[in-house]
Design a protein around this ligand. Structure first.
Ligand code: ZN
Length: 187
């Protein structure tokens, strides 16, 4: 049962279901959730408790959404996010990319930018590692349509669309419908 009293001050808690929510808990600044979030706010002490529905699935769907983005559009924080979803350390990824750990760290901090060729190789490693992980027992929270999307991503991988450099980076908006997090069509 949902408590209607604040845990800290016993004040009245009000429930909010925002239509859009900037999902900064992901470590990314440009991800917006459309639905699927409940916020309990205490009317007395303003304490907030945020609950994200099926968050394990969301984290994996977010990875799929990033992998759908055009080549040349991944920022450092997004590369860090993808590495972590794959369960890789910076050293582990560096070994797979045949670079030094410091190179991976610099890219993730945005100290060095990656040319399209470098991002292509990074994506190939991430896509393969992520796919392997999703086949491990008890790891995947993906629904059937997500698994199909992953299959399509792998099948179409060598032909990635290129980011038009002048276009500003758009936020990744992830809707939740029919009990499942959705991969945005125009990522
Ligand atoms: Zn309170």
């Amino acid at each position: 049962m949902r408590s209607t009293r604040c845990h800290s001050c016993a004040g009245t808690v009000r429930l909010q279901r925002p239509r859009s929510y900037p999902y900064r808990e992901s470590g990314l600044t440009n991800v917006v959730l459309l639905g699927g979030v409940e916020i309990e706010v205490c009317t007395k002490c303003s304490e907030r408790t945020v609950t994200v529905t099926r968050e394990e699935q969301l984290l994996q769907v977010l990875a799929l959404s990033l992998l759908r983005k055009p080549l040349g559009s991944l920022g450092g924080a997004e590369m860090r996010y993808l590495r972590k979803v794959c369960g890789l350390t910076q050293q582990g990824l560096a070994n797979m990319l045949h670079v030094r750990r410091a190179t991976v760290a610099d890219r993730e901090r945005g100290r060095s930018t990656l040319a399209a060729e470098g991002e292509f190789v990074f994506r190939a490693v991430v896509l393969e590692t992520f796919s392997q992980r999703m086949r491990e027992k008890g790891v995947s929270h993906l629904d059937r349509h997500h698994r199909q999307e992953l299959k399509d991503l792998r099948a179409g991988f060598p032909r990635l669309p290129l980011q038009e450099s002048r276009r500003p980076r758009k936020a990744t908006r992830i809707p939740r419908t029919d009990g499942s997090w959705r991969i945005p069509r125009a990522a």
